[in-house]
Ligand binder design. Structure first.
Ligand code: ATP
Length: 352
């Protein structure tokens, strides 16, 4: 299978190459044959090719099973049409409708809570996000100088697809799914999302299903995150709650993510490009490496590939070992290791 490597910006140039090394080493150990392909994207692509998303990127990605994408520092891009933020385009173009973001605590890391092991499945292509909830134009507009309108899009199909992905995931875990919304106020939008979740709950009698209103959920997530297993929610709520969940378990460096669609999946950590620490070899590679592990897991299930499943599991065990024994951890985790040293420690423990 073909897997793409797209560095992204700033710390992307550090965490993506080491993630690719970890994935290549795991694939070699499990006999997974992968053709790796580098694609330029972001600021580097703009500087060398004149655009942040070169014309051949989408067709080249189409031919791939999946790819790893580093964080995008689009806020620093020049304000010209050739320098767009590429990742919403990728999510939309490949219908990567489910953004799967785990949060897990470790006893060896400073965390607000121990015993946290939850996954938030966020709808990725609709909701309030104005750069991807319409096919043309923008979902936010200003009819007069003093009035701004933001449009929120909720569809039955979009809600149902992401809810199904969440039920399927819950089945592989502790079999508990919580749908988060605010149908008390957004009676039509959140109401439709909740209706679709409830319909599917009947198809998954083995999964305990409940619902929470988003503000109550935000409070409970801070106080008792251990009560949650899989959580499904709409785009903007998910955007906020996944950062909150990352904060519970050690910060953004611990926040892995996968955007999955019907045919492709994209490993992309939750965090941004962290320009404040770029170029110093101190970025925490955990989130990106675990995103790569999630890509292998997804490819394994999607293509029924035992070696891919084995490679994903192998990375998971090695990362847990490194974190649990505090081997070469980066400064955000209270260690004095570097990005490359932590990745080397992970590679050294593949196969344990
Ligand atoms: P975006 O809006 O693009 O998601 P952001 O505003 O959330 O970006 P980040 O770039 O994620 O900002 O950075 C927020 C803080 O978290 C910064 O102080 C940054 O250094 C830190 N941070 C983010 N990722 C990592 C990482 N992998 N390792 C260590 N620190 C990180």
């Amino acid at each position: 299978m073909k897997i793409g490597i797209l560095d992204g910006d700033d710390i992307g140039h550090e965490i993506v190459p080491v993630t690719a090394e970890v994935m290549k080493a795991a694939a070699a150990k499990t006999g997974l044959a992968v053709e790796w392909e580098h694609l330029p994207i972001g600021r580097q692509a703009y500087d060398t090719l004149g655009t942040t998303l070169p014309e051949d990127t989408l067709p080249r990605l189409e031919a791939m099973a999946g790819w790893i994408l580093g964080p995008i520092g689009h806020m620093a891009y020049p304000k010209v049409p050739e320098a767009t933020n590429p990742h919403p385009i990728l999510r939309k173009h490949f219908d990567l409708f489910a953004n799967i973001r785990p949060a897990k605590s470790y006893t060896t890391l400073p965390c607000l809570h121990q015993g946290v092991d939850l996954v938030i499945v966020r709808e990725n292509n609709e909701g309030f996000q104005p750069d991807r909830n319409v096919v043309a134009g923008c979902g936010e507009f200003r009819p007069t100088h003093d009035v701004t309108i933001s449009v929120r899009v909720i569809t039955r199909a979009g809600s149902s697809k992401v809810a199904r992905a969440a039920f399927e995931l819950a089945r592989t875990r502790r079999k508990h799914l919580t749908a988060v919304h605010k149908d008390t106020v957004f009676k039509l939008g959140c109401g439709m999302f909740a209706e679709e979740c409830r319909k599917l709950a009947k198809e998954y009698p083995d999964v305990t299903y409940d619902e929470a209103i988003v503000d109550t959920f935000a409070m409970r997530l801070v106080m008792t995150p251990q009560r949650y297993d899989v959580v499904v929610t709409t785009n903007m709520f998910g955007d906020i709650l996944t950062d909150e969940a990352a904060g519970l378990v050690g910060g953004l460096g611990m926040a892995a993510g996968l955007s999955a669609g019907p045919r492709h999946a994209m490993a992309q950590a939750t965090h941004g490009s962290a320009p404040d620490i770029a170029g110093r070899n101190i970025a925490n590679p955990y989130a990106m490496v675990m995103s790569g592990k999630m890509l292998f897991d997804w490819l394994g299930r999607h293509h029924r590939s035992e070696p891919a499943l084995a490679a994903g599991a192998m990375i998971g065990r090695a990362v847990e070992h490194v974190v649990e024994h505090r081997l070469s951890l980066t400064p955000d985790l209270g260690g004095d290791g570097t990005t490359t040293a932590m990745a080397e420690a992970i590679i050294a423990h593949l196969g344990i």
